[in-house]
Design a protein around this ligand. Structure first.
Ligand code: ADP
Ligand code: ZN
Length: 600
């Protein structure tokens, strides 16, 4: 029998397993069930692909995103693996052909959408076939607690009843403990071996900056660090995604909007340009991204604050699946906090639900406001220990200054109180700074004792004080459109002087050290790199697949670095298995040889 390591090396072209993969694969080959939590880019696919090839019969992969199945199957077929998919995009003729191959034992892997799987017709087809395993991808879709919930997923517990002898593996990158527990109970995985690979994404650099002029900040970030890179920009509203995309296009970027209000045709078109062309930016609401398998997304930018750390982790996690350096960049400000708090308050649902959501938002805000390592805090949120300083987040790279904000906070809270807890932040700051405005005179606020007690601090810094007080729950904002600020119970101790408060000193122009992004290692010649990319692009275009189906950037880089001269040398590259060596080796060797001779 061919064993797992041979398949890894000969078919996939990788030298060795990553630590958890080997155990997971062994468990499945032995017929056991597994629950796998691995971060994006961790290498989940191999965990079921290899056992499906080793075991007798066909592996059934249940995945909610039919848009991706084509690329996944193309990638596998490129490696010489007999893979197919069944979903609503196929015509009847193809469907019959695929069903026939399955019945005849001609398939290693078959991808099926959950809604298709639970149809009696499909179940009866599977019953007549030899099945090696079931892989339930994006298993967090079974959880009502998390995002992406799908009712079809609930029915997947029929698998263990209908196919008791077939091993099952459930996989997700969602870290949340509650979601994890729900997956186990809903999919009947109590007996399954559990594998938690940790959630760190060391190649992602986290940066959270204070919003001053968000568009300019974004532009500077893109121009300095991600010119020509593919990335995702998240905005809260549909309108803003469109405006931002239009504006970026005017700045010379290839930027496309994506949200649930666009027609399916346009959405598909934009998604496929993002996947297939180089350097496309998608400006999207959270409707975009689940299961986006593009390995070379170099940045994820948030123009608005996500509601929870879970969403932040999930969305930023779409960057850098290939393991190369990537950025998770965000700007946020007082208005974000106000907006989200108001949205929370006005949303339906029980008090208990609101309380939980508020709790989750607070955790997200705390991550924004911390002065210590972001990665450490992020991982702590998922109960994972890590080094105090990661060296790859904004707070590690540019340590934050703090100041004793006790007195300023007391002044701010007093003004809220003296003006009757019904005015917005801008007016409160005017009162503090003793500004003469119509509104001040209208309400006789110039008569108050607190009028002009805060002239030592400028407007921006007062904004920062209010933002931090709000983020930490000392004050809250009224639901109405005036956004009046109220005091919270928590502020008593601070007002009485029984408590002190350390505040962040916001840095206006954050000088983030320039990233060595899409950085070509020093020994790689740009000309060769571009020639290899062009060769890949042409091959991809001829076959109608995205470039990464031919080779990932990681393989291309290794190629440019080691410049193989023979097929044997070519076969040593990571990501080059037997089939790709034969199919693409000669073409790429020729490109390398010609650039070599051109240099001489
Ligand atoms: P996930 O589904 O967990 O996000 P993938 O299965 O897409 O991750 O794998 C991420 C990347 O890592 C892919 O490019 C994959 O080919 C690569 N990879 C997976 N396992 C290995 C390995 N053992 N050695 C080298 N590369 C690997
Ligand atoms: Zn850090």
């Amino acid at each position: 029998m061919i064993n797992a390591i041979d398949i890894l090396q000969n078919t996939f072209g990788y030298d060795q397993f990553r630590p958890p993969q080997e155990d997971i694969i062994a468990t499945l080959i032995d017929g056991g069930d597994a629950l796998v939590l691995m971060p994006t880019g961790g290498g989940k696919s191999l965990c079921y692909q290899i056992p499906a090839i080793v075991r007798k019969g066909c592996g059934i992969v249940i995945s909610p995103l039919i848009a991706l199945m084509q690329d996944q199957v193309d990638s596998l077929q490129e490696l010489g693996i007999r893979a197919s998919f069944l979903n609503s995009t196929l015509d009847r003729q193809d469907e019959i052909q695929i069903e026939k191959s399955l019945l005849e034992g001609q398939l290693d892997l078959l991808y099926i959408a959950p809604e298709r799987l639970i149809q009696p017709r499909t179940l009866s087809l599977l019953k007549q076939s030899s099945i090696s395993l079931f892989a339930i991808d994006e298993a967090h879709c079974v959880s009502q607690w998390g995002h992406d919930f799908r009712t079809d997923y609930l029915e997947l517990n029929l698998l263990h009843e209908e196919f008791p002898g077939v091993p099952r593996i459930a996989l997700t990158a969602t870290a949340d403990k509650r979601t994890r527990e729900e997956i186990i109970s809903r999919l009947e995985l109590r007996q399954a071996s559990q594998y938690f690979a940790g959630f760190d994404r060391p190649n992602i650099r986290y940066t959270i900056a204070i919003k001053h002029n968000p568009r300019n900040q974004l532009l500077r970030f893109l121009k300095n660090e991600h010119l020509n890179d593919a990335g995702i920009i998240y905005c809260l509203s549909r309108k803003k995604t469109e405006e931002t995309a239009t504006w970026l296009s005017k700045q010379g970027f290839e930027a496309l909007p994506y949200h649930a209000g666009l027609s399916p045709k346009i959405r598909t078109e934009h998604q496929s340009r993002f996947l297939r062309d180089d350097g496309v930016i998608i400006v999207a609401t959270i409707a975009f991204g689940m299961g986006i398998d593009k390995p070379d997304v170099r940045f994820v930018a948030h123009m608005d604050l996500p509601k929870t750390i879970e969403s932040y982790y999930q969305e930023t996690g779409r960057a850098g699946r290939d393991g190369l350096p990537a950025d998770a960049w965000m700007v946020y400000g007082l208005q974000d906090v106000i907006k989200l708090r108001q949205m929370l308050d006005s949303a339906g649902g029980s008090e208990e639900h609101k309380r939980l959501e508020a709790h989750r938002l607070n955790a997200m805000l705390a991550l924004c406001e911390i002065t210590s390592c972001r990665r450490h805090a992020l991982l702590m949120h998922f109960d994972e220990q890590s080094a105090e300083h990661c060296g790859n987040c904004d707070t590690c790279l540019t340590p934050v200054d703090t100041w004793d904000g006790t007195e300023a906070a007391q002044k701010a809270l007093s003004v809220v109180f003296r003006t009757g807890q019904r005015f917005g932040v801008n007016h409160l700051i005017d009162v503090l700074r003793g500004i003469e405005t119509d509104k001040i005179f209208q309400f006789d606020h110039h008569q108050l004792q607190v009028y002009g007690i805060g002239t030592e601090i400028d407007k921006n810094q007062w904004h920062s004080v209010f933002r931090q007080l709000m983020a930490r729950g000392y004050i809250s904002v009224e639901l109405d459109r005036f956004g009046g600020i109220r005091l919270e119970e928590k502020c008593r101790a601070l007002l009485r002087g029984e408590e002190t408060i350390e505040l962040r000193r916001d840095i206006k122009q954050k000088v983030v050290k320039k990233l060595t992004v899409t950085p070509l290692p020093e020994d790689i010649d740009v000309g060769i790199w571009e020639a290899l990319r062009e060769c890949r692009r042409q091959l991809a275009e001829a076959q109608g697949v995205p470039p990464f189906v031919i080779f990932h950037d990681t393989t291309l880089r290794e190629m440019a670095g080691s410049m193989p001269k023979t097929l044997d040398e070519f076969g040593l590259l990571s990501g080059v298995g037997e089939r790709k060596r034969e199919k693409y080796g000669p073409v790429f060797l020729e490109v390398i040889a010609s650039t070599n001779s051109g240099q001489l």
